[in-house]
Ligand binder design. Sequence first.
Ligand SMILES: *Cc1c(COP(=O)(O)O)cnc(C)c1O
Length: 510
Amino acid sequence: MDNTLQLSSVEAISTQLPEQSLFADIFSQHSGADYEAAINQAKELVITFLNRQKKPFSGISPGQLNLLFEQVDLDVPLTSYQELFHEVDQLYVQHATAFHLPHYIAHLNCPVVIPALAAEVLVSAINSSQDTYDQSAGGTLMERRLIDWTAQQIGYAPEADGIFTAGGSQSNLMGLLLARDHFALNRYGHNIKQDGNPLAAHRFRIFVSEKSHFSNQKNAALMGLGEQSIVSVATDSRFRMSMDALEAAIETEIALGNIPIAIVGTAGTTDFGNIDPLSDIADLAAQYGLWMHVDAAYGCGLLLTDTYRYLLNGIERSHSVTIDYHKSFFQPISGSAFIVRDKTLLQIIKHHADYLNPEDQDYEEYPAQINKSITQSTRRFDALKLWFTLRLMGRNKLGEYIETLISRCKEAAEIVRFDPDLELLSDSDISILLFRYAPEGLPEEQRCAVNQQIKKQLFHSGEVLLASTKVNGKFYLKFTIFNPLLTTADLHDIFHKIKVTGQQHGQQSN
Ligand SMILES: *Cc1c(COP(=O)(O)O)cnc(C)c1O
């Protein structure tokens, strides 16, 4: 290839730009100043968001917001960035949920680290696409290094491989799809990618805990196995998959003539934050010849701390793992990965397109991540965010955040245990707490309603954003502690607000 020739021809084009104004909005060699001005204003609005927002939510209702949206005519463009930022502030930023504030304690939304935000600036502007080397170059190699690094944290051997995905649901899909396709190939010599599901597929069974993520059901449906293929296994007193129940479920399905193909162990359930017994699952998977997938979308943060890494023991014996960097690695959405123990297992999903990844290309020399992707072709360079984070902060600092979350959660559990007005349902291996407002004077039949009111009122006032779930028909409040900056004082304040709100509603219903 003659690089000098190519470079000079680009310069030749750049000197003769027609109709400057028409093209001013295109990110190009001519628009550095326009780009900088726009990005600076965006940055200012972000700073305003940080300085202004005192509560995690404004409390606005969709109805109120809709009134503002009705005034917008999308067919009439605004005339300046000033107007644009003003409009977006009113419609969005002022009311955006502020995950960075400690009184946001609801879902699995982490505050994000600044190096990753700096990376985002590059990711969107340079806009590499990670499908092939010729659309990303160093981007592909960075992604591959980070996949290898993640595999190493899991404890996989160097044969491991994987790909960044859009999220945990998608990574879980890859796990189940590989499990299914390899099963059919090994058992019947049947190629599902080529020929579709075999007749026996309606008897395929996948075992998950009853507290596993719903993406397993959705993915089974997508794969043509139907939600019926998912066997929900009962959990123990700490809401982890019961091994007795798992073995019994496998035996029952076999006795019914059904065909177990995989077990999904959840490392950190969305509702309880607890970790299925991964080593025991690995034993049973080996005994029955099943694929073991670990959904560590939430629990993956434990890979970062030597103190708590033992909680994931057994993960290294799985066939595949889901990692959500946008949960426990403090990365902006999106950032997730699917990692597989042995790279040859990924061969089964490869599809060659002559224009993109032709069969005769040497993929050792010109790697193409597209070969490992099932649902994305054009794909963001999310890996750069993790690269920035890891290179600047290092694994241990992230690990310290995770350790902080775990101790805060323990602290919160203690507060609940010792408060006669609160009732603890479940503390967690990681950072989720389930409890309810349940003072002695409040009759059982009113407790669900009062706790629902607490959550609702705190949401509409925007003061505290809580999550909730139902366990055995009872309504519980849920903390997902994901902010390392949450202090003991914040915790006390949040509990205080919960109790004060509970008292008001408790009295009303008496
Ligand atoms: C959040 C979550 C998922 C889904 O991940 P997304 O990134 O939201 O698609 C899957 N499994 C578990 C256990 C989760 O907590």
